[in-house]
Design a protein around this ligand. Sequence first.
Ligand SMILES: *[C@@H]1O[C@H](CO)[C@@H](O)[C@H](O)[C@H]1NC(C)=O
Ligand SMILES: *[C@@H]1O[C@H](CO)[C@@H](O)[C@H](O)[C@H]1NC(C)=O
Ligand SMILES: *[C@@H]1O[C@H](CO)[C@@H](O)[C@H](O)[C@H]1NC(C)=O
Ligand SMILES: *[C@@H]1O[C@H](CO)[C@@H](O)[C@H](O)[C@H]1NC(C)=O
Ligand SMILES: *[C@@H]1O[C@H](CO)[C@@H](O)[C@H](O)[C@H]1NC(C)=O
Length: 788
Amino acid sequence: MWLSKMFILIYLIGVCAAQDPTEVPPSPLLQLKTAWLDVFPSEKVEFSCGIKDSSEWTFTLLRDGKNLASFPRDGSTLKVTAGAGGTERYSCVGHHEVKKTPSQTSSSVELRVYDNKPKPKISRSSSFDIMYTGESISFKCELTVSSGWEYLWYHNGKEISSSGDTLTKPSLGQSDDGQYECKAKRGMDPFFSEASEATSLQVSDPPTPTLTLQTPWHDVFENEVVEFTCELSSSIDWTFTWYRNNKKLSEDDVLIMDDDNLLNITSVSRAHQGQYACKAHLLPRGVSSGFSSTNELTVYEKIPEAALTKSPEYELMYVGETVNFTCKVSTSSGWTYVWYKDGTILSQTSQSISIYLSPSKEGEYYCLGTRSKTTATKSSEKIQQNAAEIPVPTLKLLSKWMDVFPTESVTLRCGMQSGSRWTYTWYKGTQRVQADSTVSFDSDRATLFIKSASAANEGAYKCEGHLQDRAVRSKFSSDLNLQVYDTGPRVLLLQKPTHSLMHTGDSVSFSCHVNVSSGWQYLWFKDSEILTSEGNNHTTIGSVVTTSSGSYQCQVKRGTNDAYYSAQSQWMKLDVKERPQAAITLLTGWSEVFSTDSLVLDCTVDDSNEWNYTWFKEEHPINSPPSEKHIVTPQNDPDQREYKCQGERNGRPSYSKQSTTFKTKNLLLKRRLLLSISGVIFFGIIAVFLGCIACRVLRKPDEADELPEDPNLFPLMPQLKDLTDTSCPLAEFITEAALNAPAREVEENGIICSETTQLPIVSPEDRDLMNDGNDQTENNGGLTSFQQ
Ligand SMILES: *[C@@H]1O[C@H](CO)[C@@H](O)[C@H](O)[C@H]1NC(C)=O
Ligand SMILES: *[C@@H]1O[C@H](CO)[C@@H](O)[C@H](O)[C@H]1NC(C)=O
Ligand SMILES: *[C@@H]1O[C@H](CO)[C@@H](O)[C@H](O)[C@H]1NC(C)=O
Ligand SMILES: *[C@@H]1O[C@H](CO)[C@@H](O)[C@H](O)[C@H]1NC(C)=O
Ligand SMILES: *[C@@H]1O[C@H](CO)[C@@H](O)[C@H](O)[C@H]1NC(C)=O
């Protein structure tokens, strides 16, 4: 109890000691320690409150008259947070710890509190959206409300160490790209403003411009125009500079830099050759791009020649074919072509022109290339193009006949005048002929072979020429009509005269008739044996002999290899008999020598027919009525010449062989002379001869009557000739005798000898034999062919 009383007592003493009870209580002094009187909500404010020379007081801070907080006892300052806004009046009041008496309230301090936190404004030195590396920029942060601010900077949300209201970037790099913001702060217990709006900075390397050749060619000829442009996609006004082989170009008469981004070389020369490039610049900002890619320009001095080629290259071309001409300029490109025909410009301008040939398209073609007003090549060489009419093939028959028999062969040939390599197509009627078992062709089908014709091969053949790999087709040749007979020809043998019985010396001719076609060769047969091959259509035997008898036939053939043979004709039978012989007999006998001076000759033909007779004197027919007998008198024949006779009749045989010659000259006279002069001697000799003859006759009695003299008793004709030439004993004898004879007889000396030669009359048979021999050699069997 006393302890509490003690405290109260001490307190009271203190109060009494400090204050005179009559004294007014002291007034504390409230001091604002913060530097500014305008603050922001939630900003800290620092106060101090004190009474001079007194430490026995504690103080309380009042806001708008209400207790807010107590100051620390040690007398240090008190920090409070500013209120929500408006004006705040702060004061403080002390309490005496001992006297327990309050002090007076201090004078008040008025603070202005803003409604909101402040927000600084950020600004920048250049406003371009895009900045290029190397450019400089500075940002400024500004908070105009109140004072005492410091600034903080943020790049992409991260604080960067920098102070002051200005952030400077003297040389931008890629890393500086991004969002920039700033904040302001103040106070020891710092108060932060809100962050500024963000400003974004885009940093990139300067773009590379694109160099473009505006004119079409990188390789040009002198005096052509060349244009380059240098371009950037951005909308900024760049300016450009130009380089050739890394050396900057400057404008001159020829080199015009127009519109900022165009380089116009108005008339190019060799000096302009090189690598071109450009650069872009932003002059006010000091930005320069790198080099564009380079573009090479080649300048030729010489304009090349145009070369003209033709396809296909055939020299000889035909109407209806298409020929292409191509014009080539080997250097550079972009040529347009000018075409000429016979000096006139054609409308085509393409590199190749196609010409469908017709006569009006014939001419001399050439071309040249152009590509600007100043550039044109020399004209090409000229090519003469012709358009020949397609020839019509000629169809020929190489074998001989267009009408043939089954198995015959046929060869047709199709040909053209011109030298091109034609091949052919064959038609029979309207149908194309294909090679098969019966028809074959040679390699270019110019020749058609039918080895063995048949009815199926019949028809009208024609051909057509065409050129391989080319659209050239000729018209059709004319037709050749092939006829194939159903059967072989009919071969008919005719004989003239028609008698089948003939006599030696008759003439007969055979003719062979074929009822169709031609070109035949004739074969003749006798008794199935071939006589002549390839003979005439007729054959004549001028004078038949007995061996001409036989059966005759003919046959025809034609062709050489694989010749065609007809069937043989019918038989014609010929029978040849010996022609009967006429013979002269002297009817005047020895006994009549003295009673008459005429000779009676008699003609007989030794067969059973009736004959009329014709007499010949010295080979001339005697113009007298035909009679069996002929009388030779000194009146009708003073010279007494040679006589012959021949039998004649109506019917066959119509005549006989002629008799042998009978000589009557001086026969009568000689007989008388011989009889009268020679008398006994002659008869003696005759008797000897007759004796001998008798011997012979007795041995061969058959021949004795027929023949007036036996030929075997006398020398034969040739032997006789020899005899008369050398020695003629009888003649000698007569000649001597004639010395004494009258003149008339002497005249006829030589004739006596020749007369004697007549005595051993050669038998008619011998003569015939001799004549026959002659006939045989002359006629050689009796068949003679004549050329037609
Ligand atoms: C370039 O120069 C040529 C020659 O003077 C002229 O014809 C042409 O129009 C120019 N090009 C441009 C784009 O101006
Ligand atoms: C010719 O030109 C025409 C059209 O260009 C083409 O169809 C044809 O094949 C060419 N002919 C030859 C032989 O080059
Ligand atoms: C030819 O004769 C043969 C055989 O008799 C016959 O078939 C054919 O029709 C004849 N030809 C002519 C053209 O008369
Ligand atoms: C034989 O051929 C000739 C000439 O070709 C001709 O004039 C004559 O009429 C032919 N004769 C026969 C019988 O065929
Ligand atoms: C002989 O000739 C006469 C007169 O010409 C004639 O009438 C007679 O028929 C002929 N005799 C014979 C056998 O031919």
